[in-house]
Design a protein around this ligand. Structure first.
Ligand code: HEM
Length: 378
């Protein structure tokens, strides 16, 4: 037996050598490429990325955070291109977007991808949060990273809102109207949102600054922190693997793969996502209405705000603030009130029922907006 295994090891070595020889022939100058790689790697530490991650991290549901990050990258790239042509000045803002669509090469495509990537980032972030929720991955020691995630979701929502205002069409103008009124309601706390905050600058210019620098800048810092914490705590064990059910137990040995193969998968997803968003941009271009008319209220906000709009119809403008605050407060509270050590969703009936009720309320409020006649609020 030992003799056989020695022979098979020899055979394996020969096969590997033969494969290397074939690969060497296929490459123009393998030693040169190898040396160049070694020089770069020694200085940049790229091969350190090949640390092992559990196999389940490559499942689609566990890749949603990465897809959210890819959407963010697409938003930054297309956003930088759009920023070269957009004018954040009320008199010309709407017209400058029209020129991007008509006069700038691939401008309409860039704008469309930017719009659809914002939808993708929002949807992917929510689905990612749902995965983290269902697998109980917010439990000890990951409570802090859950809070970082909640903050990022809030910032993504704010980015969608400020982006809507930038269009400076009727929808954007009415969104700004809500922005100002909510700022007034918040008194001193909302002063930044009032046009009087800096008399010389139009509020559109400040919201533009928030949209292109402040919000993405904070998201970027939080994404880095989020990733460092994932690295520090390691990916949470799959709750169905032996030992993975409870938040305290260590999972039994699960096969691993190098993180670099996870990155390769993400790059493939990124290419596919860019293609899909590009097609959406061509077949369903981002909408741009004519310049706004003051004093009328005829548009709906982006769909993720519809549930707050129904609340506003019932209880007035302040209900938007209370609704959003309650939503994010409940999310932030979750890891601290859910003391059940089980991580698999079937073993956490109370928190599951509470979450289902919340989702039901959000869906009902969203549908009611379409059914109940809209009121004027401004
Ligand atoms: C908005 C941008 C976000 C990005 C770019 C992002 C990215 C990621 C990535 C790449 C991971 C590694 C695992 C995976 O991909 O599933 C991860 C894990 C995690 N994320 Fe996020 N995330 C975001 C939002 C959120 C939100 C909204 C929450 C919750 C409110 C959240 C909570 C967590 C937690 C607790 C983990 C650790 C999960 C585990 O170890 O299984 N993240 N995030």
């Amino acid at each position: 037996m030992p003799h056989n295994s020695a022979r098979s090891a020899d055979t394996e070595t020969m096969v590997t050598d033969a494969e290397t020889a074939v690969a060497s022939e296929a490459l123009p100058n393998p030693s040169w490429i190898r040396r160049a790689w070694d020089v770069v790697d020694e200085r940049m530490g790229i091969s350190a990325l090949a640390y092992p991650v559990p196999e389940h991290a490559n499942r689609f549901a566990w890749t949603l955070g990465g897809i959210t990050a890819i959407s963010f990258v697409l938003l930054i790239v297309t956003g930088i291109i759009l920023a070269q042509f957009y004018a954040p000045i009320p008199e010309v803002a709407n017209q400058s977007i029209r020129s991007i669509e008509q006069d700038v090469w691939a401008g309409s495509l860039m704008r469309g991808i930017h719009f659809w990537a914002s939808q993708a980032m929002y949807v992917a972030a929510v689905l990612h949060m749902v995965r983290v929720f269902l697998t109980g991955s917010y439990k000890k020691p990951r409570e802090g990273n859950w809070l970082v995630g909640v903050a990022m979701l809030g910032l993504v929502t704010f980015a969608v809102f400020t982006g809507t205002v930038l269009k400076w069409d009727q929808e954007g103008f009415e969104a700004l109207g809500h922005n100002i009124e909510i700022g007034n309601l918040l008194g001193g706390l909302g002063y930044w949102f009032s046009p009087g905050f800096s008399g010389e600058l139009p509020i559109l210019l400040r919201l533009y600054g928030a949209h292109v620098v402040i919000i993405p800048g904070i998201i970027l810092v939080l994404v880095i922190l989020h990733f460092l914490l994932v690295k520090r705590h390691k990916m949470s064990p799959h709750p169905l693997l032996p030992g993975g059910t409870s938040s305290d137990q260590a999972v039994e040995e699960e096969p691993t793969q190098p993180f670099t193969s996870h990155i390769r998968r993400l790059v493939a997803f990124g290419i596919a996502l860019t293609g899909i968003l590009g097609m959406l941009a061509v077949f369903f271009p981002a909408v741009l209405g004519p310049t706004p008319v003051a004093g009328i209220e005829v548009t709906l906000p982006p769909w993720m705000f519809w549930w707050t709009f129904t609340l506003e119809n019932w209880f007035g403008l302040s209900a938007i603030v209370w609704g959003e605050l309650a939503f994010f407060f409940l999310l932030a509270l979750l890891p601290f009130v859910d003391r059940n050590p089980n991580r698999w969703w079937r073993r956490r009936p109370i928190v599951m029922i509470a979450a289902l009720l919340l989702v039901l309320v959000l869906i009902t409020l969203t549908i009611l907006l379409v059914v109940i006649p809209a009121q004027t609020h401004l």
